[in-house]
Write a protein that binds this ligand. Structure first.
Ligand code: ATP
Ligand code: MG
Length: 279
């Protein structure tokens, strides 16, 4: 059984003529770190909204086909039940933070799961430390910065330990150093717990070394999906209007000059090896 399955799924927001998702067929397995990449307006956020049932249950519109998460049809399972399987950090976390203060925000999801008090305390303390939010625990969500809100939203998902974690541009308001830290933390959690993480992220240089697979989207369609080396070296990726990682640009230029004929590497150590062998 796939962890996530889209079957001939289409979705059009009410009031729009165009379908935001067109005939999506995807099967996503456990224990993968997946980058969701595509131009602005290509349907990334819309696809993410399908994973906890917000589409089709909450957003008004029209749909065809179906989506299953852990074998559960997302139109026949409550959003709150799906949220135990799938934790989502949305693009604008301020809309997601609802508790009186940061500490309550993080405890909120756990209390709803009926976990014993001592365990709750331990998990919260661990998560607070990992996401470095010790200093803002008694602040209200509206009193903290965008970057801090992002950390809190990430913490409130991590603490629940779902099987699938989805993040929609989670580092947009974080400085590069902290963005790198958070991505490394997500990778560590993914590998240690064997969960699946799906992330939409513009910082290609930071994200590419840690992902396993890439989904490419354009105009509401999934153009390609597969292991990163294959996708990065495809014409579809070359022609797509998305940020290209620096290593990619360098090797693509060498290719154009006929000085490089092999697959473009995705990590700095691999790039260095290739360059050394070329000298
Ligand atoms: N709540 C909504 N109501 C109506 N139309 C929407 C809504 N959200 C998104 N859309 C439309 O659906 C299409 C896909 O948008 P979506 O936000 O999924 O793209 P995206 O790939 O996440 O873009 P970005 O990279 O800018 O975040 C766009 O045409 C957008 O205008
Ligand atoms: Mg989006």
């Amino acid at each position: 059984m796939s962890l996530i399955k889209f079957n001939n799924f289409h979705f059009r927001y009410k009031g729009n003529d165009e379908y935001a998702l067109k005939n999506i067929n995807l099967e996503i397995k456990q224990n993968r770190f997946i980058l969701l990449a595509g131009e602005t307006g290509s349907g990334k956020t819309t696809l993410i909204r399908c994973l906890n049932g917000l589409i089709p249950q909450f957003y008004a519109g029209y749909y065809k086909g179906f989506v299953e998460v852990s074998g559960k049809n997302t139109n026949e399972t409550t959003i709150s039940e799906l949220s135990n399987d799938v934790g989502i950090v949305f693009q604008n976390p301020e809309n997601q933070l609802i508790a009186m203060n940061v500490e309550h925000e993080i405890a909120f999801g756990l209390e709803n799961l009926g976990i014993p008090r001592e365990q709750i305390r331990q998990k919260i303390d661990e998560t607070i430390k990992l996401t470095e939010i010790e200093d803002i625990l008694d602040k209200a969500p509206f009193e903290i910065s965008g970057g801090e809100q992002q950390r809190v939203a990430i913490a409130s998902i991590l603490v629940i330990e779902p099987n699938i974690i989805v993040l929609d541009e989670p580092t947009a308001n974080l400085d590069p150093l902290f963005a790198k830290k958070i991505l490394a933390l997500l990778k560590k959690i993914q590998v240690e717990k064997g969960i699946t993480i799906i992330i939409s992220e513009h910082r290609m240089d930071l994200i590419l070394p840690i992902v396993d697979d890439i989904i490419l989207m354009k105009g509401g369609e999934v153009l390609d999906y597969g292991v990163k080396d294959k996708i990065i070296n495809s014409d579809t990726f070359k022609n797509l209007n998305v940020n290209k990682p620096k290593i990619y640009s360098v090797f693509n230029e060498l290719r154009k000059r006929n000085q490089f004929k092999h697959d473009i590497p995705v990590s700095i150590p691999d790039a260095i090896k290739i360059i050394k062998s070329m000298i």
